[in-house]
Design a protein around this ligand. Structure first.
Ligand SMILES: [Zn+2]
Length: 191
């Protein structure tokens, strides 16, 4: 199961209702108004659907917790527990200090260092869950995802990973990878 890094499949596996119909080539006689509402189908943004998926994952985590946890009793310690739990699904190699590749951005050979969740993924995840928590009735002042301990943890992960991987996570000024689709850049208009 890959829980969190769900790279780019837009549908969750069990969303249902998307059995691609291949039968419309067979009969074109059904001249109905059957496809009236197709344009208003709920298409969540990438961020929104990812947030929903993350929230479900977290809910699942709470449910499987021993003893089970209610959202109201979820503290920053549980959030940290959750983030550490996710590391087992990580795909980012983080070298230990003993590793000869410590600090190498692209090691020339494999090594037994553990795979972790990349800091950037965790940071984005916490942001989404923080928003989802409040959208699901949580009080902002008790939002465990915004707790100082969580912020501190993320900062530690960032520092550790940037040292271990020789990669700087300082914010670079670079262009955003995705372009705004509703506003494609206009070609230079010759006026
Ligand atoms: Zn290593």
């Amino acid at each position: 199961m890959d829980l969190i890094p769900n790279p780019d499949s837009p549908h969750s596996d069990n969303s249902g209702g998307h059995s691609s119909p291949q039968q419309f080539a067979s009969s074109s006689s059904s001249t109905g108004t059957s496809t009236g509402g197709s344009s208003s189908s709920p298409s969540l943004s990438r961020y929104e659907s990812q947030k929903r998926r993350d929230w479900n994952t977290f809910g699942q985590y709470l449910k499987n917790h021993r003893p089970p946890l209610s959202l109201a009793r979820c503290s920053d310690a549980h959030v940290l527990e959750f983030l550490r739990y996710l590391d087992q699904f990580g795909k980012t190699k983080v070298h230990t200090q003993m590793c000869p590749f410590f600090g190498h951005p692209s090691p020339p050979a494999p090594c037994p260092c553990p795979l972790r969740q990349a800091w950037g993924s965790l940071d984005a995840l916490v942001g989404r869950l923080r928003a989802a928590y409040e959208e699901n009735g949580g009080k902002p002042e008790s939002n465990p995802f915004g707790a100082p301990a969580v912020r501190l943890y993320l900062r530690e992960v960032r520092d550790l990973q940037s040292k271990a991987r020789g990669v700087s996570y300082e914010k670079k000024k670079r262009k955003k990878p995705q372009q705004d689709r509703r506003h494609p850049p206009l070609p230079p208009a010759a006026t």
